[in-house]
Design a protein around this ligand. Sequence first.
Ligand code: NPQ
Ligand code: MG
Length: 384
Amino acid sequence: MPPVDRTRHLAPVHLRSIELRRIALPLVSPFRTSFGTETARDILLVRVEADGPTGLVEGWGECTAGNDPLYSSEYVAGCQHVIEHHLAPRLLAGGPIAGGDVSVVLEQVKDHRMSKGALEAAVLNAQLAANDVSLAEFFGSARERVPSGVSVGIMDSIDQLVKVVGGYLDDGYARIKLKIEPGWDIEPVGTIRRAFGDHVPLQVDANTAYTRDDGPHLARLDEFDLLLIEQPLPEDDVTGHAIIARQVGTPICLDESIVSAKAAIDAIERGACSIVNIKAGRVGGYLEALDVHDVCAERGVPVWCGGMLETGIGRAMNVALAALPNFTLTGDVSASERFWARDVVADPIRIVDGEVAVPSGGGFVVDRAFLDSVTTGNTVLRSS
Ligand code: NPQ
Ligand code: MG
C-alpha cells in the first residue's frame, strides 16, 4: 500500500533500547476546545538508542495523545500501555530497522496511530542521525521559514477573546484560528472580524461539535470571509461533511477524520473537504503524513500543518514538515512560548515577523537537565 519506502536508501539501525519518558508541563494559559479544557499536559516522549554504521545514536519522538481520550480515542496512559506491551516488543524483536519499516512491523496492531507515530519518529530520527541527514533534507522541506498561525481557545467572554487575539496579532501571528462550538460561534467570530478588519486571515475549528442539521447555521459564518471551517462533524461522518460542504460557502477542512492517506483520498473523492489539516500523530507518523501531503497535492487539495500542543521535539518536526511545497496554507505551527514557559529543547521555536524558521541540521537539541526536572516516570525496554 505505501508507495515507496522513503528510508530505504539510508543505512538501517539496530535498536538497543526504547525509553518511555513521561513529563508534566503546565500550559501558560488554559486551552479550551469544544471537547474540554487543558491546563497542563502529561506528555509521553520516546527515546531510542541504536547502533548505526558509525556507532551509537539516539532518536527522540513525541506522542501527541492528550491526557484524556477527548480529541481522539488515544490518551497518554493508553499509549504508554500499548507501546510497552504490544508495539515496542515487536520492534525490539527484529533485526536492523529503518524508519520506513516501523509501520510495517506494527501493521498487525490495529489503529493506535499516535503511539506508532511516536515510535516511528524516534526510529527515523535515530536513522537520520546515523546517516548524518537532517530531517528537513529528508522531508524535502522547500523553504527555510514558514508562516506561523495560532489556535485560540474558547474564552469566558467575548471581551477576553478580543484581548487575547489582539495579543497574538501583536506577536505577529500570520493567521488566527478560533475554536468554536454551538453557542460560541457567530457572535465571537463576527466580533473578531469587525474588531481587527477584513485583512486578518481567519479560520475556525469545531472539533466535531456540530450535527448534520447544522449546515444552515454554519452558513451564517460565510459573511465573515473565513479561510475554512475545520471538522464540524464527528470523525466517522464523511458523508455528513459532504452534506455540510454543499450547504456552506466557506471551504470545509478535515482534521480528526483524516487518519491516513487512504482516508484523505476517500474524503476528497466524496466531496467532504477541499482542504486537509495534516498532523503526523493522527495519521500514524511523519512518513504517512508525507503520503497524505502527496495524495492531496495530486488532487489539487491544499494542506496545512496542525498542532497538538507539542513540546519542542514535535514542534521542530512539524515546522520541517510545514515547509513542504503543498503546505500552502498557514499552519498551527506556533512559537513554543505560546504554550510553554520553558521548553524541553535548547532551541525552542520562535516567531519572527510572523514566521518560524525551519530548524536545520537535526531539528532539535533536548535540554536533558530541564527534561529530567519535569520527568514523572521512566521505563526502559531493551532488546533481548
Ligand atoms: C486541533 N489543536 O487542531 C487541535 C486540538 C487539540 C492547536 O487547536 C492536548 C493534546 C490538548 C492535544 C487540545 C489545536 C489538545 C490537543 C486541542 C489537541 O483540533
Ligand atoms: Mg482541529
